[in-house]
Write a protein that binds this ligand. Sequence first.
Ligand code: NAD
Length: 419
Amino acid sequence: MTIYSGPVFDMAAQQFGVIADYLEIPIDQRDRLLLPKRSVTISCPIRRDDGSIAVFEGYRVQHHLTLGPTKGGTRFAPNVDLEEVAALAIWMSWKCAVTGLPYGGAKGGIAVDTTKISRRELEVLSRRYMQEMIPFVGPHIDVMAPDMGTDEQVMAWFMDTYSMHAGRTVTEIVTGKPVRAGGTLGRREATGRGVAHLARRVMKDRHIKESGATAVVQGFGNVGSIAALELYNAGLKIIAVSDHTGALHRQGGLDVPSLITHVEQRGSLAGYSNELALDPKELLTLPCDVLVPAAIERVIDAQVAANLRCRVLAEGANGPTTPEADLILQRRQDEIFVIPDIICNAGGVVVSYFEWVQDLAQFFWGEDEVMRREYQILDAAFDRMVDRAKRDNIYNRTSAMASGVERVRDMKNTRGLFP
Ligand code: NAD
């Protein structure tokens, strides 16, 4: 029993168990790799616009400190809780390790429905969250980034709050900031671009012609909308998209730039078209070449996995596929190529790493250089995953996670057990 028990943590633990068995990690060394090093729960009181006081619960989990500082997003969503944040921190660890970044994983968040608070309340809550986190984070301790429900502006408020406390500007405390506030070119687009880049690589390997190929994207926020746009620009037809308000379907292809403009102006896909409306439950199992889940965890369960009709599953979201679904997808490897989350959406943390490096050096790169280096790291991690999967005849997720876990385990063994 741990305080982290819950469905998402259990899923991360179950996945780790598979890897630990494959790597033959002795039982007594497993908890040291799996259990988070530190976690903090805070309460954030704020004054609402009507003068009343409301208290929101927040969390931050740092999974391991073995490779360097921890790194991870901050999620503002109604269901955020400690166990979910812990699972997301663990996945961040394997992601940073498999891509060769000098970080452990972290994650944080607040249980809040951002559609039900004003802009002023969002700012006050963001600042209070960072204020409460100051004893726990630092540019060489734990570096935050955006995730669901947070954006560049929230990162700018985090950075300003930390800097006010420090008495100097500390841009390197968070990544995903606006470029004018110490952010890097290409960070906003990094995750979606990486997802599309790897999906296109697999299409090429599998001889799927881009022109006229079809894609379905669940979630139309930062990751989903950019991935959809990149695939659209490559000539694919984006036949269906969805967000928390509903789904849209057009077999001839949706106009992705106009969907993006609509969401920028209206905040969601709602109101775009009644005629194109689709039952969101049908979205994931539509026949298509590329399926990009880019919203929440555990949307592909065993039943959905058995009914998937895509050829490439490009996991933009973290943890979209349950371990039960993985067992099915493992059997369907010849039909469906799975690009697991820790590689597929790693472009975000890779470019966050570039932002941190640029802030520390106060030396900034052009966007072409950011993208070139991003794809170089993603391609290398992808190649290692494919090579290992072939060599050992294992599933892609097992291969990718094994390389991540192995790197952390090896460093722990080299450093030894303190004291
Ligand atoms: P976001 O807040 O920008 O967008 C989330 C989108 O998902 C929104 O369109 C929202 O309406 C939609 N959504 C929420 N619940 C949904 C549901 N039940 N069905 C369909 N759509 C739903 O968040 P984001 O940054 O794009 O993150 C999306 C996913 O990608 C998350 O799993 C996140 O952890 C992961 N991720 C994000 C980044 C990043 O750089 N932002 C990096 C790696 C992984």
